[in-house]
Ligand binder design. Structure first.
Ligand code: SF4
Length: 553
């Protein structure tokens, strides 16, 4: 009889058996380093990148290599949209992916028509290319946009895409940006040097940030200095997590920060880590930005070579296509190599965050402005009107990232920053804060876009993703797009959000605007959902009922 604690041979292992060849492949891809469970998503990317999918044999081999259960690896792999899990007996997908963005700005620019014309034009390439309608890829200023492998194609048409395929243009293009040398020449890293050399104290930094009134620019708008101070009483080691996972439809300003001046963000992260006594920085980058991954890998190496990190370790981690991971506790789960399921609070991340350690989570743009404020002083930031970046897309002549004072109105944004309305379009309404921030009519074009100023209308500015609608846009289609997005991206953990998003989506699709039921659903979702996704998912529908009722018939 076999003793209960004897090591079982593979022949006795329960469940799927380990394939020797698949194990060799996995070991080769993972290399010689130690195996860390929290790197599970990175390992899955290695296999996905090398093979174009994740086979059942590879997943089982990876589980064995990491000493995890197969169920654990499978549930993580199948949670994220950028992993293609292929079960036994199933055919693997075509090796090259063509992701056609269906985000709100792209839909307004003809993404649905583009998808169907691409299907017609590329139908014969079915074995070589997999076409996928996907949520926002953060290219709203160049809508409609597609991603061919790692290559983002702006203002796409079927002929442009066909040409890119013929030319095999599947790699990401690295835009010109301020590299390490240019940043240093421009006075970069002087602020962190002043910290490390003792010319500044953590209290100096906190006072400056406090005086500036800087608030988190990822969406929540929490006062930055107050958030940093929460960490100070908690035990070391502490951690900074840099949220570079902007996924709110209409938002692309973090992309702009990282693809133009990455060191300003990195210096801000170092200042945050040094001020809060944190030993490491984890950057969680959305997978839709492969060019930024390349930039950060290159520039972090230069920064470390220059010896300017003050001993603070910087780790770059890759998301895998889940909007919910922009929520800060879902992001922590994902950094730990798990499904991105938002956590219940308390405990709050400042007490118990990444790997159970006190963690400060800040957004990319927030940390870029930290560097500016420490270099130029709080007064100059205040004198400039607390500027920050607005992602402006939709029916304007010149969409893009606009640096403007906090509290600017949408009328001023359109006229003074975005070149006015696009030809043939009359301003009819706008999304002040991406998909979740609600929708306002043109009549409310003079409301300041700032934290706290839109709430009385059931809206919020969030990450300042401003999508401009015109008389040519159908409000039912806009609401349908946004509602479908939330139904697709709900992590499904809590019933009000999971069932509520789906119900709303079905109602809008069926043209059922039962106001009583919608408001009841929206209330239950807002009251009983764990995270902001479920709490705000009904906002577009409520806005339509509040401000566009005449257009819903
Ligand atoms: Fe998941 Fe939605 Fe619940 Fe958030 S509100 S935890 S997205 S089910």
């Amino acid at each position: 009889m076999t003793p209960r604690n004897a090591t079982k041979s593979p022949a006795h292992t329960k469940g799927r058996q380990i394939d020797g060849q698949a194990l060799d492949v996995v070991r080769r891809l993972l290399g010689d380093g130690p195996r860390h469970k929290d790197l599970l998503i990175e390992y899955l990317h290695l296999i996905q990148d090398a093979h174009g999918h994740l086979s059942a044999a590879h997943l089982a081999a990876l589980a064995a290599e990491l000493k995890l259960s197969q169920a654990e690896v499978y549930e993580v792999a199948s949670f994220y949209a950028h992993f293609d899990v292929v079960k036994e007996g199933e055919a693997p997908p075509a090796p090259l992916s063509l992701r056609v963005c269906q985000g709100i700005a792209c839909e307004m620019a003809g993404a649905r028509e583009l998808l169907s014309s691409l299907k017609d034009a590329l139908g014969g390439l079915g074995e070589a290319i997999r076409m996928q309608p996907v949520p926002c890829i953060g290219a709203c200023d160049t809508a409609p946009a597609v991603a061919l492998g790692g290559n983002r194609i702006a203002n796409a048409s079927s002929s442009i895409v066909a040409q890119a395929i013929a030319d095999n243009m599947t790699e990401s293009t690295i835009p010109p940006y301020q590299d390490f040398d240019a940043y240093r020449k421009d006075g970069g890293y002087v602020a962190i040097e002043a910290c490390l050399s003792g010319q500044k104290t953590p209290e100096d930094i906190l006072d400056q940030i406090d005086a500036s009134g800087l608030r988190g620019l990822g969406g929540a708008g929490f006062p930055v200095a107050r958030k940093w101070r929460f960490l100070l009483d908690n035990p070391k080691p502490r951690i900074v997590a840099l949220n570079a996972d902007e996924g709110e439809p209409g938002t692309f300003k973090d992309r702009h920060c990282l693809e133009t001046a990455p060191h300003k963000v990195l210096e801000g992260a170092l200042i945050a880590a040094w001020t809060t006594g944190s030993a490491s920085i984890y950057i969680y980058l959305r997978d839709e930005y492969p060019h930024i991954r390349h930039i950060l890998q290159t520039e972090i190496a230069r920064l470390e070579q220059a010896g300017l990190t003050g001993g603070i370790d910087i780790y770059l981690r890759r998301g895998a296509g889940a909007y919910v991971c922009g929520e800060e506790t879902a992001l922590l789960e994902s950094l730990e190599g798990k499904r991105g399921l938002p956590r219940n609070r308390p405990p709050f991340p400042a007490n118990e965050g990444l790997f159970g350690r006190p963690t400060l989570i800040n957004n990319v743009e927030t940390l870029a402005f930290v560097t500016d404020i420490i270099n130029n002083g709080a007064e100059s930031y205040l004198a400039a009107g607390r500027p920050h970046y607005y992602s402006v897309s939709g029916r304007v002549r010149d969409p893009g990232v606009k640096l403007a004072p906090a509290g600017i109105t949408v009328n001023a944004l359109i006229e003074d920053f975005a070149g006015g309305m696009a030809d043939g379009h009359v301003f009819a309404g706008y999304l002040p804060g991406g998909a979740s921030g609600g929708i306002l009519p043109a009549a409310k074009g003079d409301v300041p876009l700032d934290f706290g100023s839109l709430e009385e209308y059931g809206c919020f500015v969030g990450s300042s993703a401003v999508v401009i609608l015109s008389d040519k846009d159908n409000i039912r289609d806009v609401v349908g797009n946004l509602t479908d997005f939330f139904a697709e991206e709900s992590c499904g953990q809590c019933t009000p959000c999971r069932a509520g998003c789906e119900k709303l989506s079905n109602m809008i699709e069926a043209g059922d605007w039962d106001e009583g039921l919608i408001r009841e659903l929206a209330e239950a979702m807002a009251d009983a959902s764990i995270c902001g996704l479920g709490q705000a998912a009904a906002n577009p529908v409520l806005s339509a009922l509040n401000f566009f009722k005449g257009d819903l018939k």
